[in-house]
Design a binder for this molecule. Sequence first.
Ligand code: PRP
Ligand code: URA
Length: 178
Amino acid sequence: MSSEVIEILSAEDIRRTMTRLASEVIERSGDLSKLVLLGVYTRGVPLAQLLARQIEMLEQVAVPLGAIDITFYRDDLDVIGIRTPAKTEIPFDLSGKTVLLVDDVIFKGRTARAALEAVKDYGRPEVVRLAVLVDRGHRQLPIHPDFTGKLLPTAREEAIKVYVQDLDGRDSVELIKP
Ligand SMILES: O=P(O)(O)OC[C@H]1O[C@H](OP(=O)(O)OP(=O)(O)O)[C@H](O)[C@@H]1O
Ligand SMILES: O=c1cc[nH]c(=O)[nH]1
């Protein structure tokens, strides 16, 4: 049987949502000179770039931007299997910073947990926060995003697929019903 695909966010919705998230981050981050953004591979990276651009446009501050691969920090490698890691790029010390992790989807929370573990290798930030485009529920750990684009209760067997222009040629969020 074929699955049903429902568009949850269009390109325009994503643009507006990211603008709102940028405003929320500015409002709640205090000293913006301490703010650094870390995108979580794969699609957290272009989303973090977008968020950094929005923040820079709104506040005229350059926000340091990095990318983090959490492959070897996962606690479920035996379940999901080893994948080829991407390259973590954090060309600055995170000590004393306000680190904002950015990802496309949060589900069980295991990626976010692994990202926290990875961050530890790059210094001791003053604060670490998490921004996601979609929170689809079903957490297995006590981890909750500080900034949420869209809270979308889903059934466990459903999936959320995020498409971003740079990687996929279009911006869209889809719910896949099996
Ligand atoms: O909260 P969790 O249950 O950990 O799920 C969330 C993660 O799942 C997706 O990544 P995926 O593992 O599909 O890899 P990808 O981003 O490289 O596609 C998504 O991009 C999040 O990083
Ligand atoms: O549905 C899901 C679950 C985890 N990560 C995704 O990108 N989608």
